[in-house]
Design a protein around this ligand. Structure first.
Ligand SMILES: [Zn+2]
Length: 418
C-alpha cells in the first residue's frame, strides 16, 4: 500500500487548483470551481476532474473523478484516496446531479479524504471515512478563493487575483519556496535531475481535454520535457548570488509572491547587473554631472538635491536604485532608518537595500499596476524610458520557465517515490 505524505498531497491539491483555473479560462459554463483526484492507494492509478455541468446540473468533482476512474480502468479500488479542493458536500442541493459526496465516499470501501478548504456551508454529519485537511496556508487560501467564487458570488466568475495566477497556480503559489530551493542548487544539478527523473508527465492538467475523456493517464508519452534555455540558465546563475537570496528573503517576509515576485526579481536582476552590485555605475564626477544642482539644476530639483555635493552623496543605491536626497529621506522615514544622513547604508547592508527596494516597489511600482505579467507597465515607474526592456523581459520569461522546470522536477520526484 502506498502512503502519501503531506507534501505529495499538497502537490496534488496544487495541480487541482491549476486544473480548475485553466478550465475556467476556457469554459466557465461547462466546468466548475472544485477539483478532485481519485487515487488507488495500491496501484497509484489516479484520475482528476473538476465539477462538470451536465444537462443544467452540476456533477461534483469527487463523483466525476470516481466515474472517470471506473470508465478508464474498469474497476473501483479497495483502498482509495480522494484529494479535493473543497470538503465534500453533505446537504441537499437542487442543482447537483446525484446524491451528496459524503454518501458517495461512504459507499467506497476504505476511502481516505484530503481537503484543501472546509466548506463553511456544509456540515459533515459523522463520516465513516478518514478526513484530513492541508495545513499549508497558501493552498488553503487559493482553495478558499476558488470556493468563494461560487459560494458567495452569483456569477461564478474567477476573481482577478486567481486569473492573474497566470501560467500555473502550482508554480506561482510555491514560487517563493521553489526559488529558495533553487538557490542551493546549480544548473548542472537541475539538468541531471531532469535527465535522470524524466518520465512523461501525467496529462492531468490539459484543460482542452474533456474531463470524461477515457485516455489512459498512466502512460505519458507526449508531454514535452521543459527545456533549459539560455534565459533559464541565466536565471539559475543569478538566483544563487547572495544578493538574490537577500532580496528573496525580504520579499517573502513581505508576502510578495506569484507573478509579482517574479517581476520583482526580473527587474532587480536587471538593475543590479544580475545581483552583482548595489551601486550605480559611475564615478563621483559622473554623479555630480547628473544629479548636482551646480551641474544639472533641473534634475537636482526633482531629486531634492538642494545642497552642493548632494549629487555625489545621493547617487543610486539598492536593488532598484534609490536616487536623490528626497527618496533617501522618504525611504528612511518609512523604514525608520537614518538614510538621509547615511545613504551609504543602502549600499553596504543588503538587508537594508532589500527593505528600501521593497518599500519603493510597494509605493511606486505595485501601486501602479495590477498586471505583473506586463513587463513594460511594471518597468515604467522604475525606468521611464524602458531602458533595458529586452533584458527585463528575458529575465521574466526565464523565471517563469524555471518555475515550470522546477515544478516538473518536483512532480517527477514524487512519482519516483511512489
Ligand atoms: Zn459534492
Amino acid at each position: 500500500m502506498k502512503t502519501y505524505n503531506r507534501n505529495q498531497l499538497d502537490r496534488i491539491l496544487i495541480n487541482l487548483c491549476d486544473l480548475v483555473i485553466e478550465r475556467q479560462k476556457i469554459d466557465p459554463e461547462k466546468w466548475g470551481l472544485v477539483g478532485a483526484a481519485y487515487i488507488d492507494r495500491e496501484t497509484g492509478y489516479k484520475t482528476t476532474a473538476t465539477s462538470i455541468k451536465k444537462s443544467g446540473k452540476w456533477q461534483h468533482a469527487e463523483r466525476t473523478a470516481v466515474n472517470i476512474f471506473r470508465n478508464r480502468f474498469g474497476y473501483l479500488p479497495e483502498h482509495s484516496l480522494i484529494v479535493v479542493t473543497l470538503s465534500p458536500c453533505s446537504d441537499s442541493m437542487t442543482d447537483r446531479l446525484n446524491s451528496d459526496c459524503e454518501t458517495l465516499i461512504e459507499s467506497l470501501p476504505d476511502c481516505q479524504v484530503y481537503v484543501g478548504y472546509q466548506d463553511p456551508s456544509q456540515t459533515l454529519s459523522n463520516p465513516n471515512f478518514e478526513i484530513a485537511y492541508t495545513n499549508n496556508t497558501e493552498i488553503q487560501q487559493i482553495c478558499r478563493e476558488l470556493a468563494d467564487c461560487f459560494l458567495h458570488e452569483e456569477d461564478h466568475e474567477l476573481t482577478e487575483s486567481l486569473k492573474s495566477l497566470g501560467i500555473s497556480a502550482a508554480a506561482i503559489l510555491t514560487s517563493a519556496g521553489i526559488l529558495s530551493q533553487a538557490i542551493n542548487m546549480n544548473q548542472d544539478y537541475i539538468q541531471q535531475t531532469l535527465d535522470r527523473n524524466f518520465r512523461p508527465l501525467e496529462n492531468t492538467s490539459d484543460p482542452r481535454k474533456p474531463s470524461d475523456d477515457p485516455t489512459p493517464v498512466v502512460v505519458r508519452q507526449n508531454q514535452a520535457q521543459p527545456q533549459i534555455t539560455t534565459e533559464v540558465e541565466k536565471v539559475v546563475e543569478f538566483l544563487q548570488r547572495p544578493l538574490a537570496k537577500e532580496l528573496l528573503e525580504s520579499a517573502q517576509r513581505h508576502g510578495i509572491k506569484g507573478m509579482e515576485l517574479l517581476q520583482l526579481i526580473a527587474q532587480c536582476a536587471h538593475e543590479t547587473a544580475n545581483f552583482t552590485t548595489l551601486k550605480e555605475h559611475g564615478t563621483r564626477q559622473d554623479f555630480m554631472q547628473q544629479y548636482d544642482r551646480r551641474h544639472n539644476p533641473e534634475t537636482a530639483e526633482i531629486l531634492g538635491n538642494e545642497h552642493p555635493g548632494d549629487g555625489a552623496k545621493y547617487y543610486g543605491r539598492g536593488y532598484i536604485q534609490l536616487t536623490g536626497r528626497d527618496n533617501y529621506r522618504r525611504a528612511g522615514q518609512a523604514l525608520n532608518l537614518p538614510l538621509e544622513a547615511h545613504p551609504e547604508l543602502v549600499e553596504r547592508d543588503p538587508k537594508i537595500a532589500a527593505e528600501t527596494t521593497i518599500w519603493f516597489w510597494k509605493t511606486h511600482v505595485a501601486a501602479k499596476t495590477d498586471n505583473f505579467e506586463d513587463t513594460k507597465t511594471v518597468t515604467k515607474p522604475i525606468n521611464r524610458t524602458l531602458h533595458g526592456i529586452e533584458d527585463r523581459e528575458a529575465n521574466f520569461r526565464g523565471l517563469k520557465q524555471f518555475l515550470q522546470i522546477m515544478q516538473f522536477r518536483n512532480n517527477t520526484q514524487d512519482q519516483s517515490r511512489q
